[in-house]
Design a binder for this molecule. Structure first.
Ligand code: SAM
Length: 313
């Protein structure tokens, strides 16, 4: 079934009285190699090895006409797709009516209860020791909110149940998510994501691979959740509620550090802690007292947070 040529996409939209909606970030894939590569990458990360036969499932956000869905249905045991546009949903239902392993949920991913979706649609796969991933050609207008929602839907101190989140996003955002401390792209989103996951850039996709073409280049990234905060910083409080408080405190420090990016950390955090406490905590973790937050890794922020806790006690 051809769902991935510009003539076919135009034809399917026209037959259903639809046209691409810019407000919903509708840029449909028209280069058949790209959805194949995205689905392959996502499935590779879901399986422990090629011979691994435990079931694997995937949540697709914004399936549109289904160019990526059809490839995901080949390599995953189950695809649950969430689409906000009712017109596209009708078209999608017709196309995939014969696919037993594909199910559509019509709704806004930002309003979706992710743990409930996981439990309702993938409980059997998880019980059988399988895994669930997320895969999407994301609508650009909600790229970072969707990623943060997926990562924040679960206890931040424990393991997020997704084996990976493989998404196509604007290259500029991909650069920010994968940036290293001390580089201009590094920011609060980078450090916040690093508390929960590693980010890998897979490959770039040019505007000509979409209809209509976006103004910017896209990049397919994989976000691979870590085993929980203890993996980033083993020295977190043992008790669960204390561990959660520690995570919240560290997230607050990251936010404050980047809200005043040009300031030194002692100044940026002065509304939260006395300057002398921040300065001596920084020295304790082997940093200069006048360092800026943009030079600290997620692990450094945890170490700083831990020192500030000790000083409070
Ligand atoms: N997956 C298709 C493809 O690759 O050709 C379409 C991708 S298009 C970039 C983004 C899709 O996300 C559109 O189908 C759009 O209607 C859908 N979408 C936009 N906002 C959404 C939301 N809040 N919840 C669920 N789907 C959304």
């Amino acid at each position: 079934m051809d769902l991935c040529s510009v003539s076919r996409v135009r034809e399917m939209l026209a037959e259903n009285g639809l046209s691409p909606r810019k407000s919903l970030g509708q840029n449909f894939l028209i280069n058949s190699r790209v959805p194949k590569m995205i689905a392959k990458r996502s499935a590779e990360l879901a399986r422990n090895s090629e011979s691994d036969e435990t079931p694997i499932g995937v949540i697709e956000i914004g399936p549109g006409i289904g160019a990526l869905t059809i490839e995901l249905a080949e390599v995953f045991d189950r695809v649950i797709a969430v689409e906000i546009d009712k017109g596209l949903a009708g078209l999608f239902e017709k196309t995939f009516s014969e696919y037993e392993n594909v199910k559509l949920i019509v709704g806004d991913v930002m309003k979706t209860n992710v743990p409930a979706l996981l439990c309702d649609h993938f409980g059997d796969i998880l019980d059988a020791g399988g895994s669930v991933s997320v895969c999407a050609n994301l609508p650009y207008y909600i790229t970072t909110p969707v990623i943060m929602k997926l990562l924040e839907s679960f206890d931040p101190t424990g393991k997020c149940p997704f084996s990976s989140i493989t998404v196509m996003i604007q290259s500029e955002v991909a650069d920010r998510l994968a940036a290293l401390p001390g580089t201009p792209e590094y920011g609060s989103i980078t450090a916040s994501v690093s508390l929960r996951a590693d980010v890998v850039k897979n490959f770039d996709v040019s505007p000509g691979s979409f209809y209509p073409p976006p103004k910017v280049t896209s990049t397919v990234i994989s976000i691979i959740p870590n085993g929980g905060i203890r993996e980033v910083f083993p020295d977190v409080p043992v008790e669960e509620s204390e561990c959660r408080k520690f995570f919240e405190q560290t997230s607050g420090i990251i936010e404050a550090a980047f809200s005043k990016r040009r300031k030194t950390l002692t100044n940026a955090l002065s509304g939260m802690y006395p300057k002398e406490s921040v300065a001596s905590a920084l020295i304790k973790i082997g940093k200069n007292a006048d360092i800026r937050g943009e030079r600290l890794s997620a692990e450094d922020f945890c170490a700083l947070s831990s020192q500030l806790n000790i000083r409070k006690e």
